[in-house]
Design a protein around this ligand. Structure first.
Ligand SMILES: Cc1ncc(COP(=O)(O)O)c(C=O)c1O
Length: 354
């Protein structure tokens, strides 16, 4: 029997990527990847290779810059406003769930923040309901609220106001039209490998207006000028991301990734919707394809559900503690085989306990 993980992070990696990592850990010429100095041409090949793969996948034009930073999306909650807003300037935030509220709260400690729209955790306010301020320097949103299982599937071009997006959960899970975005950030440990790396895609017009005084490792302008090498970069996590990016390209690019992810989500939602034993709190049009939140109609059966799931080889299905319930994360490295095993278990458990 195989074991499958539906963890929100760190998420599963494709078997071929894991095999390549193993080889690199053993190393060539007696040196492991874990011993590679970042000042070497070999590391620059890894960094430049990852950037080239990312640019090709997204079709990134030359006026977007790519940064490979540390600190995770949580650090970006503070670093984005610190790098994009000068004294007295303000930004709008869409507050739709746990992570976007955390982003807004962190930003409000370093900048003027206005809330342009809110949600109750069951739906996402559509762009027509956003009250974007005339003087907002950017509008921040969270493309997938992982705790609540909500996802935006389209992004408006706000013309004057660039969107800054936390795409930690769905970056490179689908094609993306970049025009509305001034800045996109994503922690790597869901769709692009392991923790330790934050990928930032930034329009250079935002770099030009960066305030001075942001310390070097945290300054987008300094990191862009130094090719993300102001200090020691996360060498291993970047090497893994490079392998994931190559795996995505060889697998047919973002269209193909999107089709695979949509199929996984359809399989899982079909199993959850098959009766009234399971419930999905998210409004159907806003249901995430990568973070599927669900509950048992009889919540008291949850511990038993989790125990029996593990007996069946299905791990990490507990919901985010802030919202409770259950959750299956279906990031890029999760296979259709894993989702089918979960769907079978859902049907079986409902039949036996329903
Ligand atoms: C949407 C979203 N944003 C941000 C984060 C925080 O990421 P990190 O722990 O890498 O800072 C998470 C973590 O799960 C997330 O799901």
């Amino acid at each position: 029997m195989s074991n499958f993980s539906f963890a929100s992070a760190q998420a599963p990696l494709p078997a071929s990527v894991l095999a390549e990592i193993r080889e690199d850990l053993d190393g060539r010429d007696g040196f492991s990847l874990l011993e590679l100095p970042f000042s070497t041409p070999e590391f620059e090949d890894i960094r430049a290779g990852a950037e080239a793969e990312l640019r090709a996948l997204l079709g990134l034009a030359g006026d977007y810059r790519v940064l490979f930073l540390q600190g995770g999306a949580t650090a970006m909650f503070s670093l984005a406003p610190m790098n994009l807003l000068r004294e007295g300037e303000s930004a709008d935030y869409i507050a739709t769930g746990l992570w976007s509220r955390r982003a807004a709260e962190a930003a409000s400690r370093v900048a003027n923040v206005r809330i342009a729209a809110t949600g109750d955790g069951r739906f996402l306010p559509p762009p027509d309901d956003w009250r974007v301020s005339r003087d907002a320097l950017f509008l921040h949103l969270t493309s997938t609220e992982t705790a609540e299982g909500l996802q935006y599937f389209a992004f408006p071009d706000l013309d004057r106001v660039p969107i800054v997006a936390d795409m930690t959960a769905d970056f490179l899970t689908r094609p993306l039209a970049l025009a509305p975005f001034g800045l996109i950030y994503a922690s790597a440990q869901k769709n692009l490998g392991v923790a330790g790396l934050t990928i930032v895609v930034l329009h250079e017009s935002l770099l030009r207006r960066a305030p001075s005084g942001v310390p070097g490792p945290f300054s987008f302008a300094r990191q862009a000028a130094d090719r993300s090498k102001v200090n020691t970069p996360p060498v291993f996590a970047l090497a893994v991301a490079g392998k994931m990016l190559r795996w995505l390209r060889l697998g047919g690019g973002l269209e193909a990734a999107s089709a695979r992810n949509a199929r996984k989500a359809e399989t899982l939602y079909a199993a959850l919707d098959a009766g009234d034993f399971y419930q999905c709190p998210a409004t159907s049009g806003d249901r995430s394809t990568v973070s599927v939140r669900f509950q048992l109609a009889e919540a008291r059966l949850e511990p038993q559900f989790l125990r029996e799931a593990e007996d069946a080889g299905l791990f990490h299905l507990k919901g985010h503690p802030a919202v409770g319930g259950l959750r299956a994360s279906l990031y890029n490295g999760v296979t259709q085989e894993a989702v089918e095993a979960l769907a079978l278990f859902l049907a079986d458990f409902a039949r036996r306990r329903g």
